[in-house]
Write a protein that binds this ligand. Structure first.
Ligand code: SF4
Length: 402
């Protein structure tokens, strides 16, 4: 299969208000202060300074305080709030399904204004929690171990649709700053963002960059770039740009150490092979170790020779290896390596000088494999009463915290 060409739909122009929820009104979520100034100017009048002040207040309410309606924006004049409510929206996308695992993992299936759906997953750890967000509806890349890879790419997500996944998670976790609690000094469960849900983020670079800039804005969601990690299957020309412009952590879906095998299980390798990918990693401007994701597929990529080859490949790359037990989804063509095999593989990689934690599968009691909640939701709609979505898998890409 040839490697897919990048964009199947044009990027949304950052700063343009488009409907996000079913109410059809253009959403102000995902707009920066400049774009909000353009919205406020004809509604509120006043000089440039006043317009800028109102736009900053509006930005604060939407992206820092998490206001989901204009009525609660108490620092804005009532007339402006009414005008905004007449023409715009800060409503969230519809939550089609929300699941909570016994281990605390949460998953949401969201529906946007045009009916398209994506998933996001929250994975709590003892002292932090990571939200895994999606960047495309479906994916072009068809990695053979990935459930999302079985879904054709429908379109890219815009900045608001990417950002809204974070807003929905903060809503559910109750983590918006409350007045009187130190202006935001609440303890947060959602501390990290991992861009490794549905889709290849670097095939939707402009939109993910716009969304992450807003997520990192101190006046808004204020995530440190050190707490954001973007995972790519290997879109080599965008990797350095991502590091230079966004400075976020990088993860690579490696999964194979020989081109012959990687061509098959991560087909983008036919366009940019392992050598080109590792060259890009060596040039990545961020000095933090790069995380290499390696899904353990029984009898496919899990031999001692594979482990030794992995150590050689990463010899001059600041790297950490995440070993991910494969958790099969219905129809998956692979089985997971045995625990003994995974341990033996990890020991070789550790002895080679790279940390290689084995990720604990999360959310096994919910539809936690990337793309699985969406598929089972569709199945349930077609077959009322069919709740047998099967044992949820832990997606290689989505349900592993970094
Ligand atoms: S692993 Fe990522 S890039 Fe590959 S098919 Fe799945 S979502 Fe797409």
């Amino acid at each position: 299969m040839p490697a897919a060409e990048p964009l199947a739909s044009p990027p949304v122009v950052p700063g343009s208000a488009r409907p996000l929820a079913a109410d059809g009104r253009p959403s102000l979520i995902g707009l920066d202060v400049d774009a909000l100034s353009d919205i406020v100017r004809p509604l509120d009048g006043g000089d440039a300074k006043r317009v800028r002040l109102r736009a900053r207040q509006l930005f604060h309410w939407i992206h820092h305080r998490g206001a989901a309606d204009f009525g609660s924006m108490s620092t804005l004049p009532e007339k402006l709030r009414r005008s905004l409510a007449n023409g715009f929206s800060v409503a969230r996308p519809e939550i089609v399904a929300a699941q909570v695992s016994a281990d605390g993992t949460r998953k949401w299936l969201l529906r946007f204004a045009d009916g398209q759906q994506v998933e996001s997953v929250f994975i709590p750890e003892e002292d932090r929690g990571a939200l895994c967000i999606s960047t495309q509806v479906g994916c072009t890349l068809a990695c053979t171990f990935c459930h999302t890879g079985t879904m054709p790419l429908v379109r890219n997500l815009g900045p608001a649709e990417i950002l809204a996944q974070i807003l929905v998670a903060r809503d559910a976790l109750g983590e918006w700053p409350v007045p009187g609690e130190g202006g935001g000094a609440v303890r947060r469960l959602l501390t990290n963002i991992v861009v490794m849900g549905m889709g290849e983020p670097l095939f939707n670079y402009d939109n993910i960059a716009a969304a992450l800039r807003l997520a990192m804005d101190d006046a808004g969601l204020a995530f440190s770039r050190r707490r954001i990690t973007l995972s790519t299957s290997g879109v080599v020309p965008r990797i350095e740009q991502c590091g230079r412009e966004l400075g976020v952590g990088l993860a690579i879906s490696l999964h194979a150490v020989r081109d012959e095998l990687r061509d098959e299980i991560v087909p983008i390798n036919r366009k940019w092979n392992i050598e080109a990918l590792l060259d890009a990693c060596r040039r990545y401007p961020n000095r933090r170790p790069i995380t290499f994701e390696y899904v353990m597929l029984a009898g496919v990529n899990d031999s001692d020779d594979d482990a030794r080859a992995l150590v050689r490949l990463l010899a001059d790359v600041p790297a950490k290896v995440n070993l991910i037990p494969f958790n099969p989804w219905p129809g998956a063509p692979y089985a997971c390596s045995s625990n003994n095999r995974i341990r033996a593989f990890a020991a070789i990689v550790e002895a080679g000088g790279h940390a290689s934690p084995v990720r604990t599968p999360r959310g096994r009691d919910i539809d936690a494999a990337c793309g699985q909640l969406k598929t089972s939701s569709i199945r349930r709609r077609r077959t009322p009463g069919d709740a047998a979505a099967g044992p949820a898998g832990c997606a290689p890409m989505s349900v592993t915290a970094l």
